[in-house]
Design a protein around this ligand. Structure first.
Ligand code: C2E
Ligand code: CA
Ligand code: CA
Length: 454
């Protein structure tokens, strides 16, 4: 192992006392891993020392394995347990004897860095931890990739209680999680303020539902062959009386975290079905409407019944409804989700796999699940024409989808040449700013009335 600088010490941690209730199954001779209580005790001691000794400081890092449920769904609990054991070993390999590691439960670990009080140093250790977690795992017959987010709290502020250090590191972790994958964040007082903002957002969102501030925008999906409208994707918008239009990226995660998404999702499905049924009647068309379903909705036993009611009440032909879901949505709730997907198929509803290419893209599941359509994520489409191999990847995905009897929607088509290339690859449908942005229902209706061709 390279000794990069003074923080990277190869020694495996020898703790002041062994952890009696290590949650990570140990395979014998490994150094012990503390439990939460033992860690809190050490953090408490460090905090106390930092209060009296101005030259001393410490940091606590919370390392959270991302997409734990999905890993368990894909590889099984036993394999994931092995990965967790390996992660613990790898982290220990980066620590010094006076540091400490604890498993907090699930895919969460806490690290105490003794004597490290500046955020830059703590950040460098976090970086190494993330890198080592990111090295592939070979367990059972699988090769598994994992990533982690890290939240950091340092003794730059004075702590009276060990719990508070962990709470702040945890808050930083959730902030890191919100920024994307493999991120990290250092706790700042601001985050506590923002946390209250989160609570404010929750109550505002409840108000939005009650006060009719939610609306749906519709984005055209085009048939590449003839440039005609195939249908629209229904995209939720929050029209806040003073803040204006709030994008879904800001409030959907809040709605998911609080469970409100179930209610919102029902509303979107009902509204979108009703709208499309009315357009298809008025203009004698058979356009499709796509409705997004989030992972949380698959935990709602009543999902199938609500979708059924939305169809019945609106009179929309089930074959014109496309439900869009991501791999995560299915893998996080595997059995229940598969049961629901089959129920949707029996009703004649079409299923689309959204954001393909961004998740784990477990090809092994592709043919097991009854998808009709695969939506290639825009991160691939916007690289079309470049030299990064995206053309080949997109082409391969289209061929694969066709072999599995799925049609393909290219998302995020922003330029004409991309559309031409996709057409040349026999991609059936396209969606993106090149054609139209999501728009209010009235504007969408005009496109239908005008029989627009792109
Ligand atoms: P998504 O399902 O992937 O929806 C497509 C997003 O890409 C939309 O963002 C759309 O405005 C944007 N987009 C479309 N064409 C282009 C393009 O050419 N370039 C670029 N840069 N972007 C393009 P939007 O409306 O902000 O929605 C974001 C996400 O919020 C959606 O991603 C979806 O995951 C979620 N969402 C929206 N409405 C709902 C809903 O009713 N229920 C649930 N569960 N999620 C929703
Ligand atoms: Ca979508
Ligand atoms: Ca998408």
């Amino acid at each position: 192992m390279n000794r990069l600088d003074d923080e990277l010490i190869q020694a495996v941690v020898v703790h002041s006392r062994p952890a009696p209730s290590s949650e990570v199954p140990s395979d014998g001779g490994e150094a012990p891993i503390l439990d939460r209580t033992a860690l809190l005790e050490q953090v408490g001691n460090a905090a106390e020392r930092a209060r009296v000794d101005p030259t001393y400081g410490f940091s606590v890092l919370i390392v959270e394995l991302e997409r734990l449920k999905m890993l368990v769904g894909s590889y099984g609990q036993a394999a994931v347990d092995e990965v967790l054991v390996e992660i613990a070993k790898r982290i220990l390999g980066l620590l010094r004897p006076q540091d400490a590691l604890a498993r907090l439960g699930g895919g969460e670990f806490a690290v105490l860095l003794d004597g490290v009080h500046d955020r830059a140093r703590a950040g460098r250790v976090a970086d190494r931890i993330q890198k080592t977690v990111g090295v592939r795992y070979h367990v059972q017959e699988h090769t598994i990739s994992a990533t982690a987010v890290v939240g950091i709290a340092t003794s730059e502020r004075t702590y009276e209680q060990a719990e508070h250090v962990l709470r702040d590191a945890s808050l930083a972790t959730s902030r890191a999680r919100g920024k994307g994958r493999r991120r990290r964040a250092v706790f700042q007082t601001q985050m506590r303020v923002e946390d209250t903002r989160f609570m404010a957002m929750v109550s505002a969102l409840h108000g939005a539902v009650a006060d009719d501030q939610l609306t749906i925008h519709y984005q055209p999906i085009i048939t590449l062959g003839d440039g005609a409208l195939h249908g629209f994707e229904a995209l939720l918008r929050w029209n806040h009386p003073s803040l204006g239009l709030i994008p879904p990226s800001e409030f959907i995660p809040v709605a998911e975290e609080t469970g409100l998404i179930v209610q919102l999702g029902r509303w979107v499905a009902r509204r979108a079905c009703k709208q499309m049924a009315s357009w298809n009647r008025s203009y004698d068309t058979s356009l499709h409407v796509s409705v997004n379903l989030s992972a949380k909705q698959f935990q709602d036993e009543d999902l199938v019944r609500h979708i059924k009611t939305a169809l019945e009440d609106s009179g929309l032909d089930a074959r014109r409804l496309d439900l869009e879901l991501t791999e995560t949505a299915v893998l996080e709730n595997k059995e229940q989700a598969i049961r629901m997907l089959n129920a949707f198929k029996e009703m004649g509803i079409r299923l689309s796999l959204d954001d393909f290419g961004t998740g784990y893209s477990s090809f092994s599941y592709l043919h097991q699940l009854p998808y009709d359509t695969l939506k290639i994520d825009r991160s691939f489409i916007n690289q079309l024409g470049g030299s990064g191999g995206s053309n080949e990847i997109v082409h391969a995905i289209i061929v694969l989808a066709h072999n599995l009897r799925m049609s393909v929607v290219a998302e995020g088509v922003e330029e004409g040449p991309q559309a031409d290339q996709l057409k040349g690859m026999w991609c059936e449908y396209a969606q993106g700013y090149h054609y139209a942005r999501p728009m209010p229902a009235d504007d969408a209706e005009k496109l239908i009335a005008d029989k627009v061709r792109y």
